[in-house]
Design a protein around this ligand. Structure first.
Ligand SMILES: NC(=O)c1ccc[n+]([C@@H]2O[C@H](COP(=O)([O-])OP(=O)(O)OC[C@H]3O[C@@H](n4cnc5c(N)ncnc54)[C@H](OP(=O)(O)O)[C@@H]3O)[C@@H](O)[C@H]2O)c1
Length: 351
């Protein structure tokens, strides 16, 4: 079952329809313009599926699907998302999703979010897993792959360096990152504790995997304002308004930064020339650099052969959820992270 057909959801819906081992039995749409339309139409496929979008949550829960892929916008309306998710979990339907990004590492999440979901998992003997490209892949699978190659690690740096100019998401990403706003206006993402609540999870996950007790998780933020007008897919930015952000969440031991998860996001490659850029003139990278012996750097570029890097990031995010369906359905009940699942989630991909 697929829940929502937004930026991420239309890709997961398409994957569910096209994968021979998966069967779409229901589709949720909140938008009145989508309700009643065939699932195929909502993700750009020609052949109708016979499954039409509905906003009837009770009917969808009653279908008792093995799993729901939940990609509805949840950070701006967590109360509604919690109601929807607990309804599925209590009924015994497993959840894989990209929403509620605080849950990439459930032990780090606040009790108001974790407790009702955990109770629902116990009641329904169901499992829930949240992931994406960042937070998600870049902070769990990617650094774990790099760390598997080293004798000794002194510092782990995870970075998303990405030009968001082509990302058509002014409403959520644009607003929450504060693009286009005066620098004195603090957007949601940079209110104290918000970065830690999102990227602190992956930092803590890595620390727990490494077996190091962190003394503290710190956050830092810098913003860069446009020197001339910028026009990009995301928005128009006037001079003096924010056009690039650099922020990080850091794990500290004995006063030393041991894990850094950093973002550098611009709306044009001309912005913030003094900040790091992706290698080889690319527009985006998800990378890890492990300092130590022998030292490892892995640069991940999603989107080859003309696929835009932002669109590719959205597809990759959707696939982190869809690809996890079999292992999540087979996992013990509860809120899980990559630590609880088989690392390999690729069965059925080669077609
Ligand atoms: N970890 C990562 O790497 C990563 C990357 C990208 C996104 N995400 C997360 O994934 C989730 C989906 O992202 P997205 O870019 O696909 O979001 P989106 O396109 O902005 O919204 C997804 C869907 O949420 C529903 N929705 C939005 N506002 C609503 C409202 N006020 N009332 C009811 N429904 C509403 C709509 O469903 P209908 O289409 O059914 O109307 C919409 O299509 C978000 O929570 C985002 O934070 C994570």
């Amino acid at each position: 079952m697929q829940f929502s057909t937004g930026h991420v959801g239309r890709h997961s819906l398409r994957a569910i329809i096209e994968r021979p081992e998966l069967e779409l039995i229901g589709l949720h749409a909140a938008s009145p313009t989508k309700v009643g339309r065939d699932a195929a139409e909502l993700c750009g496929l020609a052949e109708p599926t016979g499954v039409v979008a509905t906003d009837d949550l009770t009917a969808l829960v009653g279908l008792k699907a093995d799993c729901v892929v939940y990609t509805s916008q949840a950070e701006t309306r967590p109360d509604v998302a919690l109601q929807e998710l607990t309804a599925f979990l209590t009924a015994g339907t497993n959840v894989v999703g990209t929403s509620l990004v605080w849950l990439v590492y459930p032990p780090h999440a606040d009790a108001w979010l974790r407790d009702p979901l955990e109770r629902a998992c116990v009641e329904g003997n169901s499992t829930m897993y949240i992931n994406g490209i960042d937070p998600g892949f870049s902070g769990d699978l990617l650094p774990l792959a790099a760390l598997s190659l080293v004798e000794r690690a002194d510092h782990v740096l995870v970075q998303e360096i990405c030009d968001y100019g082509t990302y058509d998401d002014a409403e959520f990403t644009g607003v929450s990152f504060g693009f286009g706003t005066p620098p004195e206006q603090v957007p949601t993402l940079f209110l104290p504790g918000v970065l830690r609540s999102i990227w602190g999870g992956p930092v803590q996950l890595l620390a727990d995997e490494l077996g190091i007790p962190l003394d503290e998780i710190r956050e830092r933020v810098e913003r860069w304002t446009a020197t001339e007008p910028i026009d990009c897919t995301m928005m128009h930015v006037d001079p003096g308004r924010v056009a690039a952000v650099r922020f990080a969440v850091e794990g500290i031991v004995d006063g030393r930064t041991v894990i850094t998860m950093e973002h550098v996001n611009r709306l044009t490659q001309a912005a913030a020339p003094e900040w790091p850029f992706p290698p080889e003139g690319r527009s985006g990278v998800h990378r890890v650099v492990v300092a130590g012996r022998p030292g490892v750097e892995i640069n991940t570029h999603v989107g080859l052969h003309g696929t835009d890097h932002n669109e590719a990031g959205v597809i990759a995010t959707a696939m982190k959820a869809v690809n996890a369906i079999p292992v999540v359905c087979a996992a013990p009940a509860g809120l899980v992270s990559l630590r609880d699942l088989p690392v390999s989630q690729v069965r059925g991909l080669m077609r």
